[in-house]
Design a protein around this ligand. Structure first.
Ligand code: BGC
Length: 752
């Protein structure tokens, strides 16, 4: 059994109620159950703990006769003190827990098995940020579905994903878990992932798992890009930027949500009744479960809003956090808080009701062992289909930033290739952060992928050159010699997987110095240079890395890394990814995102101008813009055409453009629709993505892409902090990136 590396262990209701309720266990039975429960059993239903295993190291310290950690956990389940367990694995392991719950506990309430399957379960797909670079939510839905099939076959019924935090500061390490900087793109991916995990609402099926968008809300806005740090954003920004992906996830039926570790505007998210009660429950009529992050209830003491754990529990629970993760503080304090009258029994019952409904919606009362079938587990682990999907999603995630003189694709034969860099091999650093049960030993390295793809493997030399963040003795000399002996250098550099993810903020978003030195030395040989850039965030590229002849952003691509890179490098597949985050010119520019405001002193494009909103050293332009990505063909865009110059208040407008493949290769092109509100009562971003479409174009083929817009697409958070649209002039682009294209104008007419 694999051991976790990280063993830390109205819409939903409408969706679920609209379909005939899959479970025979109805609300009346849930209420009957609640009346039978003791306060201790109720608190138990609100307790989520990390899994333990047979033969835990702590077992060695036990006195003779004392139970093992696993026996203790099973006993707690029998006593009704635990509702759910996370990051345990295997149908057999899960069956033991379920047996304790439904056969040996007083009330026979099924246990809920959960996991953090952020980008796959055993089979690892590209990190979520990479997947977002596909600009293909349907692909994300298929990956989430495949993840659910594999995880549920191993006992899981609940996923602590997707991460839907918008990330605009590349220093923040957790941007790798989300879908990038843009509100629309992130919202589409949030919804797609929820649909995939939850099987589009058929949650009671044995191969569906409940989704948990996280971390509610605004966690990605951490000051200085420092994980866990204070978030202090305006309510407008919160509503306009950070909340929409959550709303999209709930509209897609997400059954749970996780409150974040952070504070927002002085109130920790865990104690934030304006968010948890005001926005979630009242405005959005969200009927599902709210859970804490890892011991985040206790952290209210560290935040300094609760004097002790008892006060912390009261604060979090009364603010609306129904279930506590790992701290066991709800188990410890809730019965007594209810007895003393500090917490009303009605609130306790409400939270328990939500947990029981979630279990019911998952079909656990009817089929508690449905996801714990060893035959199914064998059949649906590591399937060939999953592996094929890992390769497909990985190829679609690769973004080609530049390709001077059409250096790529490389020929499979006749050229000597020098593969150089600390990220050439494996199995380390292929899968990326946030995998719990991955099988990293069978992830395909760049070296293995290239070897499998080229006609004559003796033409490939492999040299490490440096470590990820330290020079290797003789490394540069060996790399330079290898480069000198080759026709083309492929440099596999960037971040190790420990450099992004939770708690992995960086002060500078650069290539580590040892690798930069390696790149400079190799580039000085004058050999054509291809950079394969592995990263969990946007990077500020400089020197030889910036100036390479060709650059592919490969992120962390998971199990099929090497094959996917070879598919693109040798041209089996034309690159089709687009950046879901802007690449700035320098670290000092972050937070840096395309949908910024104009300011009163907008810097002109081109040369620096004094007394404008610019840094002394740099133009305001990105190194590579949001939405940018090249292919092995050339695509021409016509100017956008509009069905009319005006959009009636209650009407629609069609915007279209002809895109033509003028190059030699069939490619996928992603056309992006942007608008800009010229004059509004609240300042508006210089551009905002409103829609996009991926189209396949044969060589020479032209296609019209068209988008319909309505007033809803032009809404923003107005002066009263409510969504409004205002009549007036708009610019519109249909373009291959956030800085390309020519604008056309239309007017939103006032109501008649
Ligand atoms: C993370 C969560 C995760 C939890 C359980 C926390 O540290 O912030 O995203 O679900 O751990 O693994």
């Amino acid at each position: 059994m694999a051991k976790p590396r990280k063993n830390r262990g109205l819409v939903a209701a409408l969706l679920l109620c609209a379909a005939p309720l899959a479970s025979a266990f109805d609300d009346t039975q849930i209420e009957a159950l609640i009346t039978k429960m003791t306060p201790e059993e109720k608190a138990g239903q609100l307790t989520l703990v990390a899994a333990v295993y047979e033969h835990e190291p702590s077992d060695n310290e036990r006195q003779p006769g004392e139970p093992t950690a696993m026996q203790r956990q099973l006993n707690e389940i029998r006593e009704g003190r635990i509702s759910a367990v996370f990051n345990g694995i295997g149908a057999n392991w899960a069956r033991q827990l379920q047996r304790a719950a439904v056969e040996q506990s007083r009330l026979k309430i099924p246990v809920l098995i959960s996991v953090d399957a952020i980008h796959g379960f055993h089979t690892i797909y590209p990190v979520p940020l990479a997947e977002a670079a596909s600009w293909d939510p349907a692909l994300a839905e298929r990956v989430a579905r495949a993840t659910a099939v594999e995880a549920t076959a191993a006992g899981v019924a609940w996923n602590l994903a997707p991460n839907v935090d918008i990330a605009r500061d590349a220093r923040w390490g957790r941007g790798v878990e989300g879908a990038g900087e843009d509100v629309l793109l992130a919202s589409r991916f949030a919804a797609a992932r929820v649909r995939g995990y939850q099987k589009g609402g058929r949650l009671a099926d044995d191969d569906a798992m409940m989704a948990t968008p996280k971390h509610f809300a605004g966690y990605g806005g951490a000051e200085g890009g420092l994980d866990y740090n204070v978030v202090d954003i305006s309510e407008r920004t919160l509503r306009e930027v950070y909340l929409p992906p959550f709303k999209a996830a709930f509209d897609a039926g997400a059954g749970a949500v996780m409150a974040g570790f952070h504070e927002i505007g002085g109130i920790p998210a865990m104690a934030n009744s304006a968010l948890l009660d005001g926005v979630l429950r009242r405005e959005w009529q969200y009927p599902g479960l709210v859970i804490s992050d890892y011991a985040a209830d206790h952290e209210l003491v560290e935040h300094g809003v609760a004097a002790d754990d008892r006060a912390a529990v009261k604060l979090a629970f009364m603010a609306g956090v129904d279930m506590s993760m790992t701290s066991r503080l709800y188990q410890q304090y809730l019965p007594e808080l209810v007895a003393s009258g500090d917490v009303p029994m009605t609130r306790l019952d409400q939270a328990v009701r939500r947990v029981l409904r979630a279990k019911r919606n998952l079909g656990l009362f009817d089929r508690p062992y449905g996801r714990m079938d060893t035959a199914r587990e064998k059949r649906f682990s590591h399937t060939a289909d999953m592996r094929a999907l890992a390769r497909e999603s990985a190829t679609r995630a690769i973004v080609m930033l530049k390709n001077d003189h059409d250096l790529l694709p490389l020929p499979r034969t006749g050229k000597r290739l020098a593969l150089i860099g600390p990220l050439a091999g494996g199995p380390a650093d292929l899968n990326g952060p946030w995998t719990v049960f991955d099988d990293r030993h069978d992830a395909v390295s760049v070296e293995a992928g290239l070897r499998a793809a080229i006609a004559d493997p003796t033409l490939l030399s492999v040299t490490r050159g440096s470590d990820i963040d330290a020079p290797l003795e003789g490394g540069i000399a060996a790399a330079v010699a290898a480069a000198a002996a080759a026709d083309v250098v492929v440099l596999a550099i960037g971040e190790g997987e420990a450099m992004s993810g939770e708690a992995q903020s960086r002060t500078e978003i650069v290539i580590p110095a040892a690798q930069q030195a390696l790149a400079e030395a190799v580039a000085a040989t004058g050999k054509p240079l291809v950079v394969l850039l592995r990263t969990g965030r946007a990077l500020a590229l400089t020197g030889a890395v910036r100036d390479a002849d060709a650059t592919l952003v490969t992120w962390f691509l998971g199990a099929e890394t090497g094959h996917a890179i070879a598919d693109v490098l040798f041209g089996t597949v034309s690159p089709s990814g687009r950046l879901p985050v802007s690449f700035p010119q320098a670290s000092g520019q972050v937070p840096y995102y395309y949908a910024h405001k104009s300011t009163g002193r907008p810097p002109p494009p081109g040369p620096l101008k004094e007394y404008t909103a610019r840094y002394r050293e740099l133009t305001a332009a990105p190194l590579y813009a949001f939405g940018h990505g090249l292919s092995y063909s050339t695509i021409e865009y016509s100017a956008p055409a509009l069905s009319a110059r005006t959009m009636p208040w209650n009407g629609r407008l069609k915007a279209s453009a002809t895109i033509r493949n003028t190059g030699p290769r069939a490619v996928d092109e992603t056309a992006q629709l942007y608008v800009h509100d010229r004059v509004a009562s609240v300042t508006r971003p210089v551009r905002e993505l409103k829609n996009f479409l991926r189209v396949h174009l044969a060589p020479g083929e032209s296609r019209e892409v068209s988008f319909e817009l309505s007033r809803a697409d032009l809404e923003f958070i107005g002066t009263e902090l409510k969504p409004v649209a205002e009549p007036g002039e708009f610019d519109l682009w249909i373009a291959p990136s956030a800085v390309d294209g020519s604008a056309t104008q239309f007017t939103l007419m006032p109501p008649l």
